[in-house]
Design a protein around this ligand. Structure first.
Ligand code: NCC
Length: 276
């Protein structure tokens, strides 16, 4: 078994996964048109120094969890895609500091994305599956979903809301580490929004509590806490290497197995707190 110790793994993630947002200096984004759209402030300037953060997966097992109050005590809360807060506060809390959305949502569900007030709270970040270790220019020419026009439309409608594009390089830097630490061959598809968000928060926060990424005793085939739809692939993965992501996160957990069982909760250190 080639697995690294939890400490070595944290160091690998810290040193090899470069979490950045697309900037003016990134090749095709250097035009005067893009200047008007990309946020002026960096993400770390926009969020400031964060102590304790919560990452809230969209899993069905959050339903009836009553974790809302505990989640709400964190300095910052990250949510994914269309995961709502209204009507679910008791289970998922009410604060949204950052919302990470995939490019499919921004294009295929464009009208909802542009209209739903859900997206108007907090900082938005969009990511798109890029070809394996592609250069920015190559990805820009052929994104998985061409979300650039809806990104611009959203920015025109909400110029004051920070909205970033995740630099796609990090997804494959992270995937390489997933593959190196798994005994099986993993399909070369990018990690899920959940896994990308966990690593993102580890760069911004001193501590990251992740809820229902590793399922608790409430584990269910119901995909999302906010929908009735059943699919086993939501928790274990089909396109995304979810099972491998979850094994990796379990390996790095600094909390207890009891916390996973009762709260679906994993505690990870921020990279600032990792000494290599
Ligand atoms: O379902 P999704 O993910 O939005 O969930 C966000 C993250 O929560 C974790 N999760 C979710 C459900 C579950 N039962 N267990 C979990 O652990 C995962 O880490 C997941 O990433 C995505 O990753 O972006 C994804 O997006 C959806 C969909 O595009 C969006 O919800 C927008 O409608 C994808 N579903 C489909 O394409 C049908 C999903 O595969 C991945």
């Amino acid at each position: 078994n080639a697995k690294l110790s939890p400490e070595q793994l944290l160091c690998q993630l810290r040193d090899r996964v470069n979490v950045t947002m697309i900037q003016r200096s990134d090749g095709p984004f250097g035009t005067s048109e893009w200047q008007q759209y990309l946020p002026g402030k960096s993400l770390s300037e926009a969020v400031g120094h964060l102590g304790c953060c919560a990452v809230v997966s969209s899993a069905g097992s959050l339903k009836s969890s009553r974790l809302g109050q505990e989640i709400g005590c964190h300095d910052a809360v990250l949510r994914f895609n269309g995961a709502p807060v209204r009507g679910f506060q008791d289970d998922v809390g009410q604060k949204t500091t950052i919302r990470l959305v995939n490019s499919q949502l921004v294009t295929v569900e464009e009208q909802q994305f542009l209209r739903e007030p859900l997206y108007n709270t907090g900082i938005l970040i969009v990511w798109d599956p890029a070809p394996y270790h592609a250069e920015i220019r190559e990805w820009y020419r052929k994104p998985d979903y061409n979300f650039f026009e809806s990104y611009k439309a959203y920015r025109r409608a909400h110029p004051e809301q920070p909205f970033y594009i995740l630099n796609p390089k990090m997804q494959w830097q992270l995937w390489d580490i997933l593959q190196e630490n798994s005994l099986e061959h993993i399909q070369p598809n990018p990690p899920s929004s959940g896994m990308l968000g966990i690593v993102l928060m580890m760069t911004l926060c001193d501590q990251v509590d992740v809820y229902e990424f590793l399922p608790s005793k409430r584990q269910t085939d119901i995909c999302h806490y906010y929908q009735k739809f059943h699919d086993h692939a939501c928790t274990m993965g089909a396109y995304h290497p979810l099972l491998f992501e979850k094994n990796l996160v379990k390996h790095m957990n600094q909390g207890t197995d009891e916390d996973i069982y009762t709260h679906g909760k994993v505690t990870l250190p921020g990279f600032r707190k990792v000494h290599c």
